[in-house]
Design a protein around this ligand. Structure first.
Ligand SMILES: Cc1ncc(COP(=O)(O)O)c(C=O)c1O
Length: 450
């Protein structure tokens, strides 16, 4: 069977099974050929055959889409009713990013120009804190898009946020801290990093206005890790009053706030606020990452530190590793400087907004009694289930419907009586796959609540 025939059959199956809905635009032949690593003529031939069979329609200027009249087994991927469970597992656990959107061509262009121009210096060791030119670009960028108030010499390029967090915890420990406040619910992987670095993570509750600053003040910690733009995993934004209270708290205990801003690029209009760091650069350590905005494989992250922490972190880093790849830093700086990064983020932001909207509509249509926390940000949706819907049963029922998803408990540090919840990660699944996953969740919900 030729590649074109295989592709045609796969697409036809997706249309017939309702994974690709009538009206859905399919990628351009050029884009799909790049994504699949085949020649463009293969995709063109498959599209032409599907056009002749009435599955696809092409319109000049608006691309190719699934025909409104295409034969489908089901009306909508979101209303599965009694569809047989699909064989493949749909992974809606958090942690993924949309690597299929990685701007390959732009990245290749940046790497190519950086490598072509690289001299002795660029091919040698970069300073452990990062190349000055990359830090300069990054400082300008963060100031422009996030309002971060820093200077290149107070920025450190790290191997992802993970390394930044590990470095910070050790510096805090050296400065007399033995605990670090963390949001609860939060990120269990980070708690392990924190504990391995010698600090005890202390869970601070989160409500619909973000982290509870009153509880933080009662906890006795003097430093806290927080995701104020879009709390992970609830998606709620820290409201302006609490932002001010949090900064006041840090000043009152002579402490620090670690602002994890890893997914702020995708904040929707209602949650777009300057970084918390802009309110108090002397108290907030700002941390960012390329993992969600580009790809985790780059292992690129950054920290903007208050002045007195810069030297201790640099000293620690110097004995830790010999810095991140200089060529990668230069390629990233070039992506930013040429505007390609902004363009890529605009596309990705629109895509994630669309997916969140899909989840929201799905909940209101197919999950009665379920509420979505948070506004229009985040890469996951925190679904609060009715009390009578046992969380673990829901997770297992979803699995029987071929959907991998986590319950709220997975993200909880303290053992308290919180409402059952489901956390649906939508960063790593494109439209049709998300539709199928949500359909599986709706079916599982009906299985559980009867
Ligand atoms: C809460 C949170 N912060 C930050 C990150 C980014 O981490 P890293 O840069 O080490 O990939 C992630 C990645 O999944 C995350 O979930």
């Amino acid at each position: 069977m030729t590649l074109a025939v295989q592709l045609r059959d796969a697409l036809r199956r997706q249309i017939e099974e309702g994974a690709l809905l009538p009206g859905t635009r399919v990628p351009s032949s050029r884009q799909l050929a790049v994504d699949l690593g085949v020649s463009r003529s293969v995709v063109v031939e498959a599209y032409e055959q599907l056009g002749a069979e009435g599955y696809l329609v092409s319109q000049r200027g608006s691309g190719t889409s699934v025909a409104a009249t295409a034969r489908t087994e089901v009306g909508s991927a979101l209303t599965p009713e009694d569809r047989a469970p699909a064989r493949a597992l749909r992974d809606l656990r958090t942690g993924g990013s949309d690597v299929s959107a990685f701007p390959r061509q732009e990245w290749i262009r940046c790497v190519s120009s950086v490598v072509s121009a690289a001299g002795q210096r660029e091919l040698g060791y970069a300073p452990p804190s990062g190349l000055p030119v990359a830090r300069h670009t990054l400082a300008g960028y963060l100031g422009r898009v996030r309002g971060v108030r820093t200077r290149p010499e107070h920025l450190m390029i790290t191997s992802g946020f993970a390394q930044g967090l590990a470095l910070l915890c050790r510096v805090l420990r050296d400065r007399g801290h033995d605990t670090l406040g963390v949001e609860d619910p939060g990120h269990p992987g980070e708690w392990k990093f924190i504990a391995d670095a010698g600090l005890r993570p202390v869970g601070i509750p989160v409500d619909r206005r973000g982290i509870r600053v009153d509880e933080l003040a009662r906890s006795g910690v003097r430093a806290v890790l927080t995701t104020p733009t879009s709390q992970f995993p609830t998606g709620v934004a820290l409201d302006p009053e609490r932002r001010a209270e949090l900064v006041d708290w840090a000043r009152s205990v002579d402490g620090y706030i670690v602002e994890d801003d890893f997914d702020a690029a995708f904040a929707g209009p209602s949650q777009r606020m300057p970084a918390l760091q802009s309110l108090a650069p002397d108290r907030v350590i700002y941390a960012g990452s390329a993992s969600k905005v580009l790809a985790p494989a780059l292992r690129l992250g950054w920290l903007a530190t208050p002045t007195e922490l810069t030297a201790p972190i640099e000293r620690l880093r110097a004995g830790w590793d010999l810095g991140c790849s200089g060529l990668e830093q230069l390629a990233f700086a070039r992506l930013v400087d040429t505007g390609a990064f902004d363009r890529h983020l605009r596309r990705l932001r629109a895509e994630f907004q669309k997916r969140r909207q899909t989840v929201r509509q799905h909940i209101s249509r197919h999950l009665p009694g379920v509420t979505l926390l948070g506004g229009d940000s985040g890469l996951q949706a925190y679904l609060v289930l009715p009390r009578r819907c046992a969380e673990e049963e829901m997770v297992q029922a979803a699995r029987r419907r071929s959907v991998l998803v986590r319950g709220g408990r997975f993200y909880a540090l303290r053992n308290d009586d919180r409402p059952p919840a489901l956390v649906v990660g939508y960063a790593g699944v494109r439209g049709a796959e998300l539709g199928r996953g949500l359909a599986g969740i709706a079916a599982a919900y009906r299985d559980v609540i009867g």
